[in-house]
Structure formats: C-alpha cells, structure tokens
Design a binder for this molecule. Structure first.
Ligand SMILES: [Zn+2]
Length: 322
C-alpha cells in the first residue's frame, strides 16, 4: 500500500511566546496552569473540568474547536496519563496541544485535522496518581482511592471500565494488586467522568475516534483485551492501525507492533478500549509509547519531543484515514 508520508513540522522548543516548555516533565500544577493559559489566549480553545477525583482534584479537558470547517464537527477524544507513572503520556498530550494550537492555519495537516474534527484532550486522566508519582512514589500506577474494607490504596482505572467483561482475565480482585479492578465496574470517579463525558460526545455529534495513551512498549492496539476473539471490525481496525504506525515510523524510524490488546500485549479486561468499542465507537485505540523497556517508565526527558512528534504524526494520519 502506498501511503503519503508527511512529517509534521517540529516546533522550536524555546519560543519567545511559548506557554510551556515541552522538553521537560511537568508536575500537575504546571500542566493545569498551562491549560488555563492556553484557554485564555486562544479563542477557540476551552478548558473545563469533567469531574473531581477522590482527593478532590479536577479532571481538566481541553476542547479544540477551530474556526474553519463545517460545524457541527464530529469529535475525537484523546486521553493521557490514566496510569500515573507513564510520564511520557501527559507530556505527549501537552505537546500535542502546543503543536495543534501553534500550527493551525499554517501546517496543512494540522489545519485539515482541526477543520474536520473538534478535538478533546484529557492530558491527565488520573491526577491523584500523577501527583503521587511526584510527591511519594515515582512508579505508582493506580489512582489513590481506598474503598471501605480494602487493605491498600488504588484502583487500576484501566481495569475499572465495565463492558460486560469487568473482573475477567488480566485483573486482580486484591486491592494491593497492581491491576486491582475495584469493587465494582465503574466504581471510580475518574472512569465515571470519562464514561459520562464521552458518552455525551457520542450521542451529541458522533465520536469518530477514541484514543487512550500509555507507555511503554511501542504498540498500537484495539479491542479486545478480554479475550482472543476478533471484533467484527478487525480488518478495519488493523488497516487504520497500519496507517498510524507507518506514519509514526516515518518520523524517527520508531517501530511499533499492532493488533488486538489480547494478542499484542496481554489479556486485560475492563479497559477503556473494550468499553468504548463496545458502546459503539469502532475506532477506539490504545497506544504504548516509547520505549521497548530500556528505560521503561523512566524515559529520559530528552526523548519527549521526538516521542511526541512521531506520536502526533501517527495519530493525525490514522484519524484522517478513518
Ligand atoms: Zn498504562
């Protein structure tokens, strides 16, 4: 298959008017301040809290509703940081906001993308956990909830979505486990907020694509995670994934594997992917960003820009190919 290869123009990382430095990791408060500043300075960007966490933090979503194109536009959802220690993912979402807002109207790919879709970005899906990785434990994964009767803190938010297979393969029912799925499906405020908000996008004006970004492993995946069977859309999901990984590789020659979660990484039930696919959003994908384990969750900051450039090139190429 012949694919047009276009590499997004990298932004200089030290610009005079830059609202956030993108080649370093930022604590939660700095990401929140950036989102507010972005909304205050770009007329077609708005920022709203879609819910509160157990510890009372807001879940901020940035909406990019560019002036061009024909409204109403369908929607694209992209979330980062559902697992707290995967720092490259909030950094990649932040880079994307900077890239899209700075290049709209000049870069043809960015402009076509934003003229076609309203883009909703949740840079930190798990703010309590992310905060905790800065304050106490760099390798914390889950949120910080402690349910009555539980020994330990933390539910794995990406095992807490309920598509009918909640609590199945690849989950733990022990609160001290890394993949603890919670006492019930959608027991967590963070999963409830994303469920309700994206359901609203879906019923209002069509949700064309739902992406959730993880690290690490360099993989591009889709449903199912709960079992080995193919979805009825296997060929189409494989095709769009191939578009994404091909475009991604064209930037820095980073190689991704792709396929269903179950076949590509491991069995996992109660993921946002399986849930989002099952509620009707066919083009639902999860990415595992760099690297392949050399640094793992501790990806050096000097790889942020390259990772974000290739990821957004892949994302835009894939979404425009739907
Ligand atoms: Zn993850």
């Amino acid at each position: 298959m012949e694919l047009e290869r276009h590499v997004l123009k990298a932004l200089p990382t030290q610009r005079k008017d830059q609202k956030i430095v993108t080649n370093t990791y930022h604590p939660l408060e700095e990401i929140e301040a950036y989102l507010q500043e972005l909304a205050a300075s770009v007329s077609w960007v708005s920022v709203e809290s879609i819910g509160k966490t157990f510890e009372g933090r807001d879940m901020w979503v940035a909406t990019l509703a560019a002036p061009g194109g024909t409204s109403p536009k369908p929607s694209v959802w992209i979330d980062c940081g559902i697992h707290a220690r995967e720092w490259i993912t909030p950094a990649t979402c932040v880079y994307g906001l900077d890239l899209l807002t700075e290049n709209y109207g000049t870069d043809p790919d960015v402009t076509a993308f934003l003229d076609k879709y309203n883009v909703y970005v949740l840079p930190v899906h798990n703010p309590d956990g992310y905060y905790y990785t800065w304050s106490d434990d760099r390798l914390w994964r889950k949120n910080r909830m402690q349910h009555p009767g539980d020994t330990c803190h933390g539910v794995d938010l990406n095992r807490n979505f309920d598509d009918g297979h909640w609590g199945g393969a690849g989950t733990s029912d022990n609160s001290c486990g890394g993949t603890y799925c919670g006492p019930t499906g959608f027991s967590e405020l963070e999963t409830q907020a994303v469920r309700d908000y994206t359901n609203q996008l879906y019923s209002n004006n069509n949700l064309t694509a739902y992406f959730t970004i993880h690290s690490y492993g360099q993989m591009w995946m889709y449903a199912y995670g709960w079992g080995a069977e193919d979805t009825p859309h296997e060929q189409e999901l494989f095709r769009v994934s191939e578009t994404g990984v091909t475009a991604l590789r064209s930037v820095h020659d980073t190689v991704y594997t792709y396929g269903s979660i179950y076949e590509t990484i491991y069995p996992a039930s109660g993921t946002s992917i399986d849930w989002s696919y099952s509620r009707g959003v066919v083009h639902t994908y999860t990415l595992e960003l760099r690297d392949e384990g050399q640094n793992g969750f501790l990806l050096p900051a000097d790889q942020i820009i390259a990772t974000a450039e290739e990821t957004w090139t892949g994302l835009i190429a894939a979404i425009m190919d739907i």
